[in-house]
Design a protein around this ligand. Structure first.
Ligand SMILES: NC(=O)C1=CN([C@@H]2O[C@H](COP(=O)(O)OP(=O)(O)OC[C@H]3O[C@@H](n4cnc5c(N)ncnc54)[C@H](O)[C@@H]3O)[C@@H](O)[C@H]2O)C=CC1
Ligand SMILES: O=C(O)[C@@H]1CCC=N1
Length: 266
């Protein structure tokens, strides 16, 4: 199977790396289009000749074309791509917001899969939610899901609106986690820890908590109750979160991301 990746930034590189490392796709079967020439290390064993700056005739030989540019760059890409795609090819988009309908219109392609991965795909622990146009048959969907699963876990949704919702939850989600970590590190420093000590305390707390959660079937509420002793320190901190409506703030932020995904699709 041959794959073209348009846009070799954070996500384009992540995808190429996952496909190659999982041995699902051979490095020589990947074509990359970007304005920038990557370093040798970034090429991941893909032959230098397979890196091109514009979509060209070699595209008609590929089975899947992955759109990994920013939504704002899609129009320019689609202009070049439109005339090169043939009927059997699958277009797989990871762009935030851009709808299946828009991708179909702008690429003249009926076989479109729209997905929302996250950056954690870099270490094979990503979360991807995907949906497909009616012309994608079961076999196509199976191939795509196998490909996506080289980057982590995936779920298929019929309702395309859930791709925007996933963008706001799991797509942008890693940044929310890093934001929370950054805030805790800052507080730890204010309490007297050095920057590296603060980072260790917070990293280990996150890694440990997630692994603990995964090792048992208790809910988040149950875990909170196990940590927060009556009249103790955690309870005092949680009172501050509640008094400042932190849950509402987080919900508002996620809704804002969802709104932005919808705007990007217009
Ligand atoms: N960064 C993330 O965590 C996630 C990003 N996404 C989506 O993935 C897409 C890419 O995001 P990133 O990789 O973070 O962006 P990026 O900015 O790191 O990479 C985009 C690449 O596209 C290239 N590019 C721009 N115009 C081009 C053109 N006309 N032809 C060929 N290449 C062109 C740029 O040179 C750049 O290397 C976006 O649509 C974003 O919504 C989805 C999930 C997570
Ligand atoms: O911020 C963005 O628009 C992209 C989509 C999800 C993560 N990054």
């Amino acid at each position: 199977m041959k794959i073209a990746i348009i846009g070799y930034g954070n996500m384009g590189k992540t995808y190429a790396g996952s496909f190659i490392n999982s041995r699902f796709i051979k490095a020589e079967d990947i074509i990359v289009v970007d304005r920038f020439t990557p370093t040798e290390k970034e090429m991941l064993g893909i032959p230098a000749a397979n890196f091109i700056s514009e979509v060209n005739d070699s595209f008609s030989e590929t089975d899947i074309v992955i759109l990994a540019v920013k939504p704002q760059d899609f129009e320019a890409v689609s202009e070049k791509l439109k005339s090169k795609l043939t009927d059997g090819q699958i277009v797989l988009s990871i762009m935030a917001g851009v709808t299946i309908r828009t991708i179909q219109k702008m690429t003249n392609s009926l076989k479109v899969v729209r997905s929302m991965p996250n950056i954690v795909s870099q270490i094979g622990m990503g979360m991807t939610v995907f949906s497909a146009s009616p012309d994608i048959d079961r076999k196509d969907l199976f191939i795509i899901q196998n490909l996506l699963n080289t980057t982590g876990k995936s779920i298929y949704v019929d309702n395309e609106k859930l791709i925007d919702a996933a963008t706001a939850v799991s797509g942008s989600g890693p940044a929310y986690v890093f934001y929370f970590m950054k805030s805790m590190i800052k507080a730890a420093e204010q309490l007297g820890f050095s920057a590296s000590e603060a980072e260790l305390l917070v990293n280990q707390t996150f890694i440990g908590s997630i692994n603990l959660k995964n090792a048992n079937s208790f809910s988040n509420e149950e875990w909170i109750a196990k940590v927060a002793s009556k009249g103790g320190t955690t309870e005092r901190a949680l009172e501050v979160f509640d008094a400042l409506s932190t849950e509402d703030i987080i919900a508002k932020a996620v809704m804002a991301a969802n709104e932005r995904a919808l705007e990007l699709g217009v």
